[in-house]
Ligand binder design. Structure first.
Ligand SMILES: C[C@@]1(CC(=O)O)C2=NC(=C\c3[nH]c(c(CCC(=O)O)c3CC(=O)O)Cc3[nH]c(c(CC(=O)O)c3CCC(=O)O)/C=C3\N/C(=C\2)[C@@H](CCC(=O)O)[C@]3(C)CC(=O)O)/[C@H]1CCC(=O)O
Ligand SMILES: NC(=O)c1ccc[n+]([C@@H]2O[C@H](COP(=O)([O-])OP(=O)(O)OC[C@H]3O[C@@H](n4cnc5c(N)ncnc54)[C@H](O)[C@@H]3O)[C@@H](O)[C@H]2O)c1
Length: 446
């Protein structure tokens, strides 16, 4: 069962549907068909009263292929051999058929469904894992906004307005986001919903990756969590510590679409207001270049109780695991941590540091290392200053390069590890990486 499926939403109102079978499964399908307004004809020697009541026409006998004539859709919910016969006869007549026990011969599947506020979300595993479809449906139920009908109303009204005004389609999505944000800001300003007892958010640092470097408090909070919202680089083993929780990936990775910071903050607030224990699991330490401060402010503003669970920051741990102490008597009495994400931000910071005054640690800076090296040299740093590039610190794929500031731009890095988070170190202490013992390498290149 790996055929690609086309998801469709079908209007069945007033249309003839043949339901074969009248037992437990037929009852479930009869309810679903009736909800969609279908005109049900049921064929079964024996059938439950509820099925008979939902049907427009009842035939108390065995299935015959001619029962399919005039039907838009057939549902086989009888015994396996009968279901197979229904599927084959429907296929021959080019009628789509759903079979409750026979995904291989069915042509349409039912899905796990959430209906809220006029929107319908359906999940299918294409017959491979129905119970998983049910779990995914529950997970969606947990994260979809309670006030989806307000979103629908706003989106519907905006659409009509933009159609009239001939607003180009391509510009409508960001406009819609603005509308919805405004809607939410309005609701929040009114402060109508006090947080439910039990609703609580923990902003938790996950450390550099290895779950062994989580704090005990972090592990405890994960164990209690109902919902975990985690970043792109969080190790799956950390999520295994949250067996009760629905875990959602809200990570940002360069160049890929991601959940916006505002959306993450809204998710935190909403989940807490539903009384859930929420863990926001962030790489490293939540308050070191992790936007944890923004989330804390949003929670405070929404009146949601929260706590900070500090984590081991890669700014210190990545160098440490490579044998580099960020401070070392005689070499560096202090260190600075900057993000290499935006030159407009880190540029002035680098310019403000006197050459070799301290150890410079750059997070998220591997891609920008040539520019950073050039900037430091222009500022007067000695090209012979030791430097290091640390990829995937604490993970099994950890990679360390050491050299000099002059070589930093062209440091050969393994292409297959470009996806790993990286840390740069510039300063005399980087030379200590070369002289450390290598316990990890000795333990089978872990
Ligand atoms: C989504 C959902 C909607 C609905 O039923 O309307 C649905 N099954 C759900 C639950 C569920 N079903 C089963 C279990 C027991 C655990 C387990 O066995 O996994 C659970 C779990 C539970 O009840 O929690 C048993 C089972 N199901 C099928 C077979 C036959 C077979 O696979 O051969 C067997 C016996 C397997 C065996 O003997 O091993 C077949 C189908 N079930 C489908 C849909 C279709 C494929 C959808 C897809 O893959 O996405 C398809 C093809 C029927 C169709 O299209 O009509 C609903 C979740 C609703 C929700 O919670 O929201
Ligand atoms: N019950 C479940 O939870 C479940 C889950 C998944 C799959 N299934 C499968 O779905 C199928 C139906 O299960 P169920 O629990 O509804 O069974 P059921 O025994 O309750 O119902 C079977 C129905 O089929 C009818 N029937 C028998 N022969 C017929 C014929 N020739 N023409 C028309 N109808 C006929 C019977 O009158 C009865 O109404 C079975 O294959 C079962 O293994 C059941």
């Amino acid at each position: 069962m790996s055929e690609p499926l086309l998801p469709l939403f079908v209007k069945l109102s007033g249309r003839d549907v043949l339901l074969v079978g009248g037992g437990a499964m037929a009852t479930v399908r009869a309810r679903q068909l009736a909800e969609a307004g279908a005109r049900i004809t049921v064929v079964a020697p024996e059938l439950r009263d509820e099925v008979a009541a939902l049907a427009a026409v009842v035939h108390r006998r065995g299935f015959a292929p001619a029962d399919l004539d005039g039907a838009w859709l057939a549902v086989a919910a009888a015994t396996p051999d009968v279901n197979r016969a229904v599927a084959e006869a429907a296929e021959a007549r080019r009628i789509l058929v759903n079979a409750v026990d026979d995904p291989d011969h069915a042509t349409v599947y039912t899905a796990g469904v959430v209906r809220r506020g006029g929107a319908t979300v359906a999940v299918s595993t294409g017959g491979k894992a129905p119970a998983l479809a049910g779990l995914l449906r529950e997970a969606l139920e947990a994260v979809l906004p309670d006030d989806l009908s307000a979103w629908m109303d706003a989106a519907e009204a905006a659409r009509a307005e933009w159609k009239r005004a001939r607003v180009p389609m391509a510009t409508r999505r960001p406009l819609l986001l603005e509308r919805l944000n405004a809607l939410y800001a309005g609701g929040r300003g009114a402060a109508a919903t006090p947080p439910l007892p039990g609703g609580f958010v923990s902003l938790v640092g996950a450390g550099p990756g290895d779950p062994g470097l989580l704090t005990r408090r972090a592990a405890e909070r994960l164990g209690q969590a109902d919902v975990v919202l985690y970043d792109a680089l969080v190790d799956p083993a950390a999520l295994a510590l949250a067996p009760r929780a629905h875990c959602f990936h809200v990570g940002k990775r360069a160049g890929r679409p991601s959940v916006s910071q505002r959306a993450i903050e809204r998710l935190l607030v909403r989940a807490a207001r539903r009384g859930q224990r929420v863990v926001r699991l962030k790489c490293g330490d939540p308050f070191v270049l992790g936007r944890g401060g923004e989330e804390a402010l949003a929670l405070a503003e929404a009146g949601v109780p929260f706590e900070i669970v500090p984590g081991v920051t890669s700014a210190i741990a990545a160098p440490a695991l490579a044998g580099i102490p960020v401070t070392h008597r005689g070499l560096a009495a202090g260190f600075a941590v900057v993000s290499g994400h935006a030159e407009g931000t880190y540029g002035p910071l680098l310019d403000a540091i006197a050459p070799a005054a301290l150890t410079l640690v750059v997070l998220m800076g591997v891609g920008a290392r040539a520019g950073i090296a050039a900037r430091l040299r222009a500022r007067g740093w000695d090209p012979a200053t030791p430097a290091a590039v640390l990829l995937g610190a604490s993970s099994v794929e950890a990679f360390t390069w050491t050299g000099t500031l002059a070589e930093l731009a062209t440091a050969p890095l393994p292409g297959d590890r470009a996806h790993l988070p990286g840390t740069l170190v510039v300063g005399a202490v980087a030379a200590l990486a070369a002289v450390r013992e290598r316990p990890r390498a000795a333990a089978g290149d872990r």
